[in-house]
Design a protein around this ligand. Sequence first.
Ligand code: GDD
Ligand code: MG
Length: 360
Amino acid sequence: MTEAILLVGGKGTRLRPLTVHTPKPMVPAAGVPFLTHQLARARAAGVEHIVLATSYLAEVFEPYFGDGSSLGLHLEYVTERDPLGTGGAIRNVASRLRSGPDEPVLIFNGDILTGLDIQALVATHTESGADVSLHLTRVPDPRAFGLVPTDADGRVTAFLEKPQTPEEIVTDQINAGAYVFRRSVIDSIPAGRPVSVERETFPGLLAAGAHLQGMVDSTYWLDLGTPQAFVRGSADLVLGRAPSPAVPGPCGEYLVLPTAKVAPDAKLTGGTVVGEGALIAEGARVAGSTVLAGAVVEPGAVVTDSLIGAGARVGERAVLTGAVVGDGAVVGADNELREGVRVWCDARLPAGAVRFSSDA
Ligand code: GDD
Ligand code: MG
């Protein structure tokens, strides 16, 4: 297998309020656009040619990744005029593939961070003789995903995208968003109209008696659908829990990009990333967080499990836990922000405006 399709389109991103000009795949995770990790992992597994199927803010990908040669890849870009859905996007790039009808093509969702052994998925595909092979993972709450029950041999028996009723929750195995397709199956998806691979293609193939094979494994897996998950994924890349050849530095408690400045007595832990030109001032403590380019964390601030947007500012002694601070926002001194709070891009929070503690 030498070819892949990467799905990076759709209606946009739940990170959008933070990164208006940046689609999620381009937001830095462990210092580089998230997509870099997926591309580098595919390359390490032997993939040489990748077609990016894009729609939303498509124009940002090509200027950054170009022809892919810096990653040892040949990259092509195909932009949908209107989003074609996951299956439609796959079909829409079929003419760019060079694989023969029986050859395997790797396809993956653009918002997944995983330690999947790509070669093992290809081996499963080849050995089982399947039409499509799917990476499956187990999650405690499968409702936001595609449920994929399998039989004793790992053969897929149903595909239930985002189950609505308790009766539909028949398994904790979910579609982890990476597939190997027999090339000819890609060509059989209807062209020129929106198609959901999850709601139409997979159920249709099963109804027609096609062989869909599941490979369940318990490797690192995270859907980066929320800013909180994004921060977690970035930290796990830095800590080395999520494997990627594209992390620009050794794994450890923190990653400080070359032009960032960190005061000698500031403390960085838990996979914290400090982006280009960012500043962490004296006595600040930053744990498990992503501080994007040009952001400032002022003296004595304590930032935990949070995303600090590009050019944002966290004031002196502010305490942030599980917070998302939009690009260019200012959190004044002595604020206390907790789990789930989102400070909108360019918003300004005066000093001491939000507190949880009862003291004066
Ligand atoms: N080019 C293109 N065009 N790409 C698209 C389109 C489209 O119209 N729609 C979605 N995509 C891309 C997204 O950018 C993303 O990388 C991937 O396809 C999946 O779409 P999401 O919108 O993120 O779907 P989801 O997270 O709700 O569900 C999917 O992923 C789950 C795992 O995280 C499904 O594949 C589920 O079955 C799966 O469990
Ligand atoms: Mg998703």
